[in-house]
Write a new protein. Structure first.
Length: 734
């Protein structure tokens, strides 16, 4: 670790959201560029830094800061620069000069302890004195909080949240009980609070610590495993291991938390299940709303529904199976219906038929959890579809939906596709936004991977038997020649897929190790498949999906290989380093977080807002000096990313199968090279295969494929939605 001392000489770049800054530092050897997360700095401040020297390919030698100490400016000119740099409201360069001329080297001490003396300065009256004093003290307290928290690894953005909540008392409050942060500040977890607490001398057996740890164990199970609850025995075991505390003491404190309603315990089939209040309430609310929708019949006569279905069949030249006809009938006749089935079973066609049955006079809204799924829904139906978040008018970082129970959706019917991807919070928000009498149709594949967020909504609803539902299994006639569809169903049933048959769209290429498989994948993408299929733009048509993020055939290393093959460095290509990733003009990228405020511009100059998780585009330009990256989405929308927004971009030559949910690609390549058994599961393989429309190529060892097909191990998700649907359907009061 290197040390560096100097005075700040200007901020070249700053992201106010996360505190990442690039500054000039005046040292004995001249100006030095310093990068890192830091508070807003005033010119002339004396800084003591620790970090490492790095060599940037474009900007040269830089000092990458890991920690800093800010010393008060010592000279009169430094104090004047410090006050006049614009961070203190009401003080510009001329006022700063007057203050320093009045108080000299005692300026900062007087402003800290005797701010009323500012009225001695010419042109500063009582009102302005209070304004300057308040701004100066806030700035000092905010910095003090930042520097205090920095030693515990707390980011500047989180430090700002903590200061905003606690103001000048932040350090005292945290020293008294750091575990308050978990409940008071969104973004602070147990590990951060615990690190602070133990450093401050709070003992490992403190009740504050143990109770916070118990709640954290539940929160961690929700985030890492998607659970909405844990058995009491499992929670005690996890908490005892985490906290290094005896199980009996954990049980005693768990009972206290239950009495205080900070946790809930429910007895289900002889097992005690423990839930966080927010997750328990979300599942109960979902159950109530679903059952309420079930109780509303719709005003369509059976003969009218059957006649409209027959008309649709005639117009499309198709003939529905009994189950498909029944699915449309149920959706048209009930307030709530669930349609589930695998690829090729006609779910999309049934959505179009239902729209036809309901008629043009009905106001129907279409939605899906991701932007790409919504786009596919629009293309298939000819109607506008949106993400669920946009439908409900998501309103900012805190996750507030503008459309809710007080301001519901104005429509007769809402149809949602890819429901397997919806967690309990999103489903609850959707149900809250429906007016009484609104029809809801939920469509999805229950055999795909569950939602990233907590809960098991689609499966629990189907298993409960309390909601009208149809499971489609018969493959549409026009899909029966597709080995992708047939093999997807074989995999789902635990049968080996049929490989490499003549004229097939499903191939396996044997490679004995991961390194050879990676080489083959690059070759397939770059030349072999484009030649075989006659593709002019293979980057748009071919998508590599990996079961794992790490390893030779994991997402990270394959992205690096494919970027080097498809888009190598060149003098005419600008590039920008962000963290460990090099972004280069021409790169294929994915936006990985819903951002409803991010602006885009069309070719005709019109503008709009909103870029969504799963959107894939191409970098069309980089302005390295201004640290701007331009990405073109859908060949029409250009988004300018500032440096701090680049955390929302990932290279997309290779995606994880989880990230591909809700998307479809013409050609999919999947490495089969082994890995942790808990990751290489049947439903992961099934999900990856069903992302392809025209061709699937598996590369690796056939024994890995066989293992995945036979590995029906699913990381069980603990949830109680099925229980609440059963209990509440019997009229029970909670």
């Amino acid at each position: 670790m290197d040390s560096l001392t100097g005075t700040s000489a200007g901020t070249l770049f700053r992201n106010e959201d996360n505190g990442y800054s690039v500054i000039s530092l005046r040292t004995g050897e001249g100006l030095v560029t310093v990068t890192g997360t830091m508070p807003a700095l005033m010119d002339g401040e004396l800084l003591e830094l620790e970090g490492v020297w790095t060599e940037h390919p474009q900007y040269g030698r830089q000092f990458k800061m890991s920690s800093l100490r800010i010393q008060k400016p010592q000279t009169l000119s430094a104090i004047e620069k410090y006050l006049g740099s614009g961070l203190i409201r009401g003080v510009g360069p001329s006022t700063a000069r007057l203050i320093v001329e009045t108080f000299g080297k005692d300026t900062l001490e007087i402003m800290s302890t005797q701010p009323e003396r500012l009225t001695e300065v010419p042109k500063i009256g009582k009102i302005r004195m209070k304004q300057i004093s308040r701004s100066f003290l806030e700035q000092q307290a905010s910095r003090s909080t930042y520097i205090f928290l920095q030693q515990y690894g707390v980011s500047p953005a989180l430090s700002a949240k903590i200061y905003k909540a606690y103001r000048e008392g932040a350090e005292a409050i945290i020293r008294d009980n750091p575990y308050r942060l978990i409940d008071d500040i969104q973004g602070v977890g147990f590990l951060t609070a615990d690190r602070i607490a133990l450093s401050l001398g709070i003992t490992q057996d403190s009740p504050f610590r143990l109770q916070a740890g118990i709640k954290y164990a539940l929160q961690d199970a929700s985030v890492s495993g998607g659970h909405t609850c844990l058995t009491e025995d499992e929670l005690i075991e996890k908490s005892a291991e985490l906290l290094k505390a005896p199980g009996a003491e954990i049980k005693r404190l768990l009972d206290e938390l239950t009495l205080k309603r900070q946790l809930w315990v429910d007895l289900v089939a002889g097992t005690r299940w423990v839930s966080l209040p927010s997750l328990r309430k979300a599942e109960i609310d979902i159950a109530r709303r679903l059952l309420s929708l079930c109780g509303v019949s719709q005003q369509f006569m059976p003969h009218h529904i059957q006649g409209r279905i027959s008309q649709f069949e005639h117009e499309r030249g198709i003939r529905f199976s009994k189950a498909q006809r029944e699915a449309v009938s149920q959706a048209a006749a009930h307030g709530l219906a669930v349609i589930t089935g695998g690829p090729g079973t006609g779910k999309t066609t049934l959505i179009n038929c239902l729209i036809h049955v309901l008629g043009s006079q009905s106001k129907i809204l279409l939605a899906a959890p991701t932007g790409r799924a919504a786009k596919r829904m629009s293309e298939a139906s000819g109607m506008e579809a949106s993400t669920v978040h946009r439908l409900l008018q998501y309103g900012g970082e805190e996750g507030v939906f503008q459309v809710n129970r007080e301001n519901p959706l104005n429509c007769e019917c809402v149809i949602v596709d890819e429901v397997s991807m919806m967690d309990v919070f999103l489903m609850r928000s959707l149900l809250d936004a429906l007016q009484p009498g609104t029809r809801l149709v939920l469509v999805g594949d229950a055999d795909q991977l569950p939602s990233v967020g907590p809960g098991n909504v689609l499966r629990d609803v189907l298993k409960s038997g309390m909601v009208p539902s149809i499971r489609l299994s018969e493959i549409f006639r026009q899909e029966q020649d597709s080995m992708i569809v047939l093999n997807a169903h074989r995999i789902n049933q635990g049968q080996e897929p049929v490989l490499n048959s003549p004229g097939s769209d499903f191939f396996f290429e044997h490679k004995p190790d991961a390194s050879q498989a990676a080489q083959s994948i690059v070759s397939l993408c770059l030349s072999r498949l484009p030649q075989y299929l006659g593709l002019k733009d293979s980057m748009r048509h071919i998508q590599v999906l990996s079961p794992t993020r790490k390893g030779v055939c994991g997402v990270q290393m394959l992205n690096a290989r494919l970027q080097a093959a498809f888009n190598p460095p060149a003098p005419h290509k600008a590039e920008l380093q962000f963290g460990e990733t090099t972004l280069r003009q021409g790169d294929k990228v994915m936006h990985i977080k819903n951002n409803y405020q991010l602006e885009w511009e069309l070719r005709d100059g019109s503008t709009g807002q909103g870029v969504f998780n799963g959107d894939i585009g191409f970098i069309t330009g980089i302005e390295a000096e201004d640290r701007l990256v331009y990405v073109l989405y859908d060949d029409e929308k250009t988004v300018a990313y500032e440096y701090g927004e680049l955390e929302e971009l990932d290279l997309a030559y290779c995606l994880s199968i989880h990230k591909s949910q809700g998307s479809e690609f013409p050609v999919v390549i999947l490495p089969m090279v082994g890995g942790p058994k808990m990751l290489l599961t049947r439903n992961l393989l099934y999900t990856g295969v069903t992302r392809a429309r025209q061709l699937v190529v598996l590369v690796g060892r056939q024994e890995v494929l066989s293992m995945m097909v036979s590995n029906n191990l699913e990381r069980r998700r603990y949830s109680l939605l099925q229980h609440w649907l059963t209990i509440l359907s019997g009229g029970a009061e909670l």
